[in-house]
Write a protein that binds this ligand. Sequence first.
Ligand SMILES: C=C(O[C@@H]1C=C(C(=O)O)C=C[C@H]1O)C(=O)O
Length: 358
Amino acid sequence: MNTDDKLKPLRERIDSIDAQILDLLNQRARVAQEVGHVKAETNAPVFRPEREAQVLRKVADRNPGPLASVAVQTIFREIMSCCRALERRVIVAYLGPAGTFSEQAVYKQFGHAVEGLPCASIDEVFRATEAGTADFGVVPVENSSEGAINRTLDLLLQTTLSISGTLSIPIHHSLMSKSGTMNGVTRILAHSQTLAQCQVWLNQNYPNVERQAIFSNGEAARLAAEDQTVAAIASEIAGERYNLGVVKAHVQDDPHNRTRFAIIGRLQPGPSGKDLTSLVLAVPNKAGAVYNMLAPLAQHGVSMTRFESRPARIGTWEYYFYVDVEGHSAEDHVSKALDALKQNAPFFRVLGSYPVTL
Ligand SMILES: C=C(O[C@@H]1C=C(C(=O)O)C=C[C@H]1O)C(=O)O
């Protein structure tokens, strides 16, 4: 038997399985439409991150292979995105233009059946979400090599929005230009964070080419497409969008470079069984204050997963502390710990409780 003869029955089996998958997908979609009708009657939120997190955890737990659990979750993320879009297409603001890592974060969290709303700054992402132009916003919170994104932390302090999720994505930067070479290039453009993340490599390889910080890597890529004297450092997705050639891939100094993003919105997700709570607080400037502030967490068996201090440039306090703890504020032990924290802290705000995702 030749190869084609051997493949024919296997392909027939795949065709018949595909027909069943298609049928099941549309059965699922029709149920999601019914969910949509129920929600519309009560004006209930379309996107329920705690439910989606549970669906994704369940498929990973049940997955017998040979497909990897992350692969199955990626597929189900998109299935849920399409089902959700039948209820209503959710609008998500992010730091634009298209092609930025923030846009990748939008798709990783919501799947591709959303309407992305590119914004010119982190401030504008908050504004568009607060004004209701967007249902949610996606903002960078911290980078593994460069630390906190201070503008986001400051805005989180003032906003009326809550955090309804966080996610982290690998950040791989490439040096790109229209010709795919550095011939004739006199300037390298990127966001200041990106230039900082690539500075050792740039010092070694292009010490004499001028570097210019601009508001986004996506914009750098767009400008490089228009100007032969400009190279951009950006994601390869941004490069593809603007038809750039890669001079050198992976030019970030840390190969494990990642950025964590927060989803902000008016929604306050319910408990999913595996959640985090983000809060911000301040303490008086005296000995032992931070120690005393955190004691209630240990007393109530609540683990802290993140602790970040930020000099207060706004408000009355010298430092604000951004703290993530395990659990949901609606859980008894967490709510008791938070009440006790509040007693010791002259400034205290829960930024949100939300499901843990990969
Ligand atoms: C179907 C629902 O609406 C959305 C879509 C979901 C899905 O496709 O499984 C899950 C949660 C919601 O974001 C629901 O709330 O159950």
